[in-house]
Design a protein around this ligand. Structure first.
Ligand code: NDP
Length: 289
């Protein structure tokens, strides 16, 4: 039969992860710090553990989905002897450096360690569109891929345990800047009484179409030559007129002003005739404040 699994942490996400395993018929033991969160899962076939130690001892595969790096170690540090010889999958959001620290900690305690970054909200777990990025022990990933696939599409990024988190944060960083861009546009239209919902209807297809540009930018960046023909130049990308128009609407231009600063840095360094993709150089070599 499939590997037994213990899940520590029954917040919104841990509960969704446990539910998906129970539904798939995996023998699942669950534990949560505060009482009451295991009951619904136990009613559906999970086994409730009275303590974190009991949960760890119940299964060869231990999954943690707690609040943060500190809470993971608050729960697991006292249990290193129980964890030795077992496999630990950490789906708690942590920084790459924290994931690497946990990997070193696990290796010293003879715990096989895999880190995961969840690209989904709890309601998406077990549904198409959810994805989990993994890094750390490749053996653990290969051995349990079928089990992980009950949660989401599973992809492995390498032995460096920090990589899952780094990819996760890179994707979320891109998303947040895009969302701030949407807010910029919505704020510009608000003084005219245009509802954000109206702008959302326009912005969604526009931004979706514009993602078609990403591969082209990536090709220029990876080629390392920002002078290749067919690109919009940095000088042409001057956003001064936009910034004036936003100020005239009486709203903040902060998201767009950030982009303008990245452009300016390259223009001031004499690269105005080169392509817009060159603003990545402003990020790789930040201007000193
Ligand atoms: P919740 O706030 O719903 O749950 C947090 C969980 O952590 C609870 O089970 C809580 O226990 C437990 N916890 C917190 N501190 C401690 C501690 N010191 N000792 C023991 N247990 C502790 O968060 P989520 O379930 O939403 O998120 C869990 C992880 O999943 C986070 O790292 C989050 O970033 C990540 N994640 C969440 C996503 C989401 O959309 N929700 C998306 C992607 C990743 P108690 O019930 O006792 O408070």
């Amino acid at each position: 039969h499939a590997t037994d699994v213990s899940i520590l942490g029954l917040g919104a996400m841990g509960t969704a992860l446990a539910e998906a395993l129970v539904k798939a018929g995996v023998r699942t033991t669950v534990w949560n710090r505060s009482a009451g969160k295991a009951e619904a899962l136990v009613a559906r076939g999970a086994t409730g553990a009275g303590s974190a130690a009991e949960a760890v001892q119940a299964s060869p595969l231990v999954v943690v989905c707690l609040f943060d790096h500190a809470s993971v170690h608050e729960v697991l540090d006292p249990l290193v002897d129980d964890l030795a010889g077992r496999t630990l999958v950490n789906l708690t959001t942590t920084k790459p450096e924290q994931a690497r620290q946990s990997a070193v900690w696990a290796a010293e305690a003879r715990i096989a360690y895999l880190e995961g970054g969840i690209m989904a909200v709890p309601s998406m777990i077990g549904q198409p569109g959810a994805s989990i990025l993994y890094s750390g022990s490749e053996d653990v990933f290969r051995q349990h891929t079928a089990l992980f696939d009950h949660w989401a599409a599973s992809t492995y990024y390498g032995e460096d345990a920090g990589l899952a988190s780094l990819y996760d944060f890179a994707l979320l960083s891109a998303m947040y800047v895009m969302f701030a861009g949407f807010m910029q546009g919505a704020a510009m239209l608000a003084p005219e009484g245009v509802p954000a919902s109206r702008f959302a209807e326009m912005a969604a297809p526009w931004l979706t179409a514009m993602t078609g540009e990403l591969a082209g930018y990536a090709k220029v960046i990876d080629g390392g030559d920002y002078t290749v023909p067919g690109q919009q130049s940095l000088t042409f990308s001057n956003l001064g007129l936009f910034l004036e128009a936003i100020a005239e609407q009486g709203v903040s231009a902060e998201p767009l002003a950030m982009v303008q600063r990245l452009i300016r840095q390259q223009v001031d360094a004499g690269h105005g005739t080169e392509g817009f993709a060159r603003i990545i150089e402003s990020l790789k070599a930040p201007a000193s404040e």
